[in-house]
Design a protein around this ligand. Structure first.
Ligand SMILES: NC(=O)c1ccc[n+]([C@@H]2O[C@H](COP(=O)([O-])OP(=O)(O)OC[C@H]3O[C@@H](n4cnc5c(N)ncnc54)[C@H](O)[C@@H]3O)[C@@H](O)[C@H]2O)c1
Length: 333
């Protein structure tokens, strides 16, 4: 099996690569995908892409890294042939950035996905795994979304992801391309760029600083360890039914206030370090995924409980200052 991973130098894509290549000392248990014979990472290395994320597998002879843009048709046409499967993680991924500037979100998330889908079709790719988000459904006050729920995205980020999901599914229906779509909840874990809430809060706290809490802190998110997300993606890659959408969740809903309390405790800090800030524009109140389909069809269940996962994540940021300090001091682009 020869796999092309787009966005493989980012937070989740790099976990997928490390997992499939069986990072030395890493936990590859329960990973259902056969060892890849070759694995190519195609990544533009935007502000959130980082070759240091691939350092643990850098010397694996099966890994090839190509720096490039998924919107570059000529490059994509060169890179795609020779692969069996594309697992597509590359995206602009931060909601706040999409509020201040939507153009790169539409370009990468929509046009980039279409460029890859066309290349997949041209070069006879046998499976295209499109990685997406629960945010495409908007916000839900009670209950949980199933995969057939109508899409109602509220941010430019989630709207661009919804557009890419629909395009991916349309290539299955129109052209018969073997496409599967995954939608996951909020990921946390090592190697996450310190603009997202968990690494932002942890690194601020480890530096003795404060943390900004949006609005009343009552927004609810389901927290999923990145390794469990990647196990779910691997199951879908291996056994998911073509043309279908699969949810991948962590089964742990917390308000942002509750999450903040846990992070403060893990870092030995008190509530005096929290600074309330004006709420994000259009801030979705609650996300909640029903994971019954992937559980019953593919046997998925999250394996890392939140307490253990957060404790390990805080420890990782504590032990890996050399990874995140340069990213914080570089400041926003
Ligand atoms: N982080 C989450 O909690 C979360 C939740 C749900 C879904 N997702 C989805 O998972 C995927 C990965 O998210 P992440 O958190 O790892 O994001 P990330 O920002 O850490 O990584 C994105 C990667 O894509 C690369 N990239 C961006 N634009 C590119 C382009 N035009 N061409 C090639 N490479 C490009 C970046 O360099 C980076 O390495 C995304 O599709 C995102 O929508 C993430």
């Amino acid at each position: 099996m020869r796999i092309l991973v787009t966005g493989g130098a980012g937070f989740i894509g790099s976990e997928y690569v490390r997992m499939l290549l069986g990072v030395p000392g890493g936990d590859a248990s329960g990973v259902p995908v056969e060892d890849p014979a070759a694995l190519t990472v195609l990544d533009k290395l935007t502000y959130s892409g980082n070759l240091a994320n691939l350092a643990p597998v850098r010397d694996d002879p099966r890994l090839r890294f190509v720096r490039g843009d998924i919107c570059d048709t000529a490059l994509v046409d060169e890179v795609v042939p020779g692969h069996d499967v594309i697992v597509h993680f590359a995206a602009e991924s931060h909601v706040d950035r999409s509020i201040t500037g939507a153009a790169p979100f539409v370009t990468t998330n929509v046009l980039g996905t279409q460029t890859l889908l066309d290349a997949a079709l041209r070069h006879g790719i046998s499976r295209f795994v499109h990685v997406s988000t629960d945010e495409v459904y908007g916000s839900i006050d009670s209950g949980s979304w199933t995969e057939d729920w109508p899409l109602a995205p509220n941010s430019p980020y989630s709207a661009s992801k919804a557009g890419s999901d629909l395009l991916a599914l349309s290539y299955h229906r129109t052209h018969g391309l073997d496409v599967v779509v995954t939608r996951c909840s909020n990921n946390y874990g090592p190697y996450q760029f310190p603009e997202k809430v968990v690494p932002l809060f942890v690194t601020n706290l480890l530096d003795g600083g404060t943390v900004p809490l949006y609005g009343d802190g009552g927004n609810v998110r389901d927290w999923l360890h990145v390794h469990d997300h990647c196990r779910g993606v691997a199951m879908v890659q291996e056994k998911g039914r073509a043309g279908e959408v699969y949810h991948i969740g962590g089964g742990t809903e917390l308000t942002n206030r509750q999450l903040t309390e846990r992070l403060l405790a893990a870092c030995g800090a008190g509530w005096d370090r929290v600074v309330p800030v004006t709420d994000r524009k259009g801030h979705d109140r609650r996300y909640s995924l029903d994971i019954g389909k992937i559980s019953s069809e593919l046997g998925y269940a999250p394996s890392i409980d939140l307490d253990r996962g957060l404790a390990e994540t805080v420890r990782w940021y504590r032990d890996n200052r050399a990874w995140w300090e340069p990213l914080k001091t570089a400041g926003p682009e």
